[in-house]
Design a protein. Sequence first.
Length: 962
Amino acid sequence: MRVVGEGEGGESALRRLVAEQLAAWSGLAAEDVPMDRPLADLGMSSRDAVVLAGELSRATGRELPATLLWEATTGDALVAHLCGGGAAHRAPAPARALPPAAGPAPGEPVAVVGVGCRLPGGVHGPAEYWHSLREGADAIRRVPEDRWRDFTPYPPADAVPYGGYLDDIAGFDADFFRITPREAAVMDPQQRILLEVVQETLDHAAVPAASLAGTATGVFVGVSAPEYGQLTGADPAAVDPWAPAGGALSVAAGRLAYVLDTRGPSMAVDTACSSSLVAVHHACVSLRTGESDLAIAAGVNLLLSPTVTVAFRRAGALAPAGRCKPFSTAADGIGRGEGCAAVLLKRLSDAERDGDRVLAVVRATAVNSDGRSNGLLAPNPAAQQALLTTAYARAGLDPAHIDPVEADGTGTPLGDPIEAGALGAVLGADRDPDQPLLLGSVKGNLGHLESAAGIAGLVKTVLALHHDLIPPSLHCAEGSALDGDVRLRVVTEAEPWPRYGGTATAGVSGFGFGGTNAHAVLEEWRPGALLPPPAEEPPARLHLLSDADLTRVRDTAARLADWLGTPEGGAAHPADVARTLAGRAGRGSARAAVVAGDRAELVGGLGALASGLPHARVVTGDRDLVGRGPVWVFSGYGSQWAGMGRRLLAEEPAFAAAVEKLDAQLAPECGLSLYDHLASGDDLDRLEIAQPVLFGLQLALAELWRAHGVEPVAVIGHSLGEVAAAVCAGALEVPDAARVVAVRARLLSGLRGGAMAVVDLDDDELDALANDFPGVHVAVHSSPGQKVVTGEESAVARLVRRLEREGRAARAMRVVGAGHSPQVEPLLAELAESLADIRGGRPRLPVYSTVLDDPRGDCVFDAAHWVANLRRPVRLDRAVAAAAADGHTAFVELSPHPVLTRAITDTAPGTLALGTLHRDADTSAGFLTQLGTLYTAGSRLPLPPGRVTDLPAPRWRHVRHW
């Protein structure tokens, strides 16, 4: 019995089977099933898993356990396992780790490379937060009218109606995160806000979200308010199956790790008001120990019920007007607030190596506990002093030279004096009276954000360091409680950074009311020697966009085009714009690429993209056709043209460098200068010149693709192109390959007579061809419907005329002699003798041979192979079909003009076939457009040169989920 998965085309058959089965549960058409999504997201229950396992067992002839579908967690992984991937596909990919030799130093500084926030006062993102801080904005307001309506329509009279509230906590872009409306409705809105703010943080850092999958990235979240789960679970009869995960605080971190597919530690931290700063501490420790290579630290807090507010009011802890007044003589209690903030952290050495934008540096962190103080909820001055002493000892900094401290500063008559006393004892000791410790607390602006308070203060400090300005602290107009201590001063107006110790430094404190204290020591980043900008601007740049769907991509393109017309956008360096966009290119499967040589061209391309209009330098796509990578296809003789590669020599340094290197390697065997012939375009009508130059060009194009981060996963060579394919597969050294090409070209150039033509002929017409046109042979089987024929000139001409009369495509080729035909047989003995000592090695990549009867057969690239390569017909159709059956869906033709792409798509419908250059269009912009096409088909590209800068953020598409 033949079962699915055996023989040629097995992977394709299994993929269809799995897609059809998943379609039954997801409600999608089989061709629309996202094979990269977790099976559970498509609606598969444990009962469904048993059914699907049975279907697959019958189809494959193998007994498969139902647990397989929870080990191979996506359709792609399931297909790979069934095709023989085994354990490698059953288990999740291990986290990528650095080798031991590259381990971090125990006290290595940590870089803040990205921030995100959603805070009271309508603050969305760091730019708005900084504007609010700089202007000294007060974000305290009445509680939104609908806040308590659903769960507590009649709050107690002593529920203080003021605080730092967000505008919209029910809105969520569930579609972006591929979360169903049903699940979104029972998710704690704290989880929802975290998802969006962390994505914004990655965008701000220009770190592609997709690049975190499978990496040792840690997720640390400060969160302590479980109100949504309590409120929605109050009626057991109405509880939804998704509710436990939706309301659990631990899942706040776990869901981030799940969505991003990170493999480092993931934890929710609840130490009340110090939660998020403790989360930052754990993130830094994880980075310094090498447990994580990247860390996300965040904090979130929402006020969904008046219960805690009422309790605090009855305890006398709340300010009647809902405002914190840190270190003020008018301090009368805390004002509660809500919000979310996040930072992306990286070891400083790694951030500098990777060219990240470093906003600030965390020199050290410390955490301790009050122990048995004067009451469970009372602060402990001695513990605070010990915390500060430890933190600055770890940082190696003199406490007397610290500039400001972003204090816990809650505005309580007890807490603020105790904190000021501890700061004075440690950071005020031995301090020059003319260099007072500057104090502030963002709680005066936003309210006390509780579990998000520490990170709100940290982000404020990071932005202040980045902008070199200390923003004011509010509500000290009536006088400061510190007026008697000359060592301490509250910052009441924005002022420049004093740099008492020569470098801008700061501290950030956060104290939990259960006794857990945290402190972080920050300093400005002073970059070393920066790479100078290039002496000449490149003729074109590739600009990448991505999002969950093309509508979102177009919206971002429109906003970016508008922004480029503003003074801020006009001042942005083009390289920085391209670099930042590339760093955001992991937002979703819908992709676009815009190639532009200057700002005006970029605005024009973005405008066309936004409007959905065709544009020669704009490409879009929303399907991953690249898969594991492209197959490189090297064309044969006939694609060359005078002037090919000349523009690339001038415009693409990687191409020019490859040509110069190859020039020296080809000259001894070929007796020519590759560089000179490409630069001049001379003598390409002579076969003995054209073939070596074409071969050299193909190898240089391979290096150009590699310089832009594209590597082949397999190769195919068409006739002469198989020599370059063997080199790129690592089976043949360039000098040996040059000899093969040179000898082959010399022998062929002596042929006279014969002709070749490209014709549309189906496979079932070939028997009649031999009878009707004696002396005409098939030299190339390009595809099931296209052939290249060869033979006597008169016979080939008669065939061409007949096909033209029938309205079918037929075109005579300008060639010398008739290759892959009996005409070359007199050359074979000399070819074999001249190449007798050629010994090819084992390919490092799969080679689908167009010479062998079995394209997957082992190629021994010796003299016998090159004799067969010249004499036997080229079976491009078989090679492409075999590659497609093995799951390859993207083919890139390396030639000066695409001559094989139609044949590839005819043989393997639904695949992507790209050229590299086009006749009379061998420009950098033309190549980058092809590179952009590969990107829109799913290829990941390395980040281009440039610095991260601020660009308009993509917009969320909020829908109410409550």
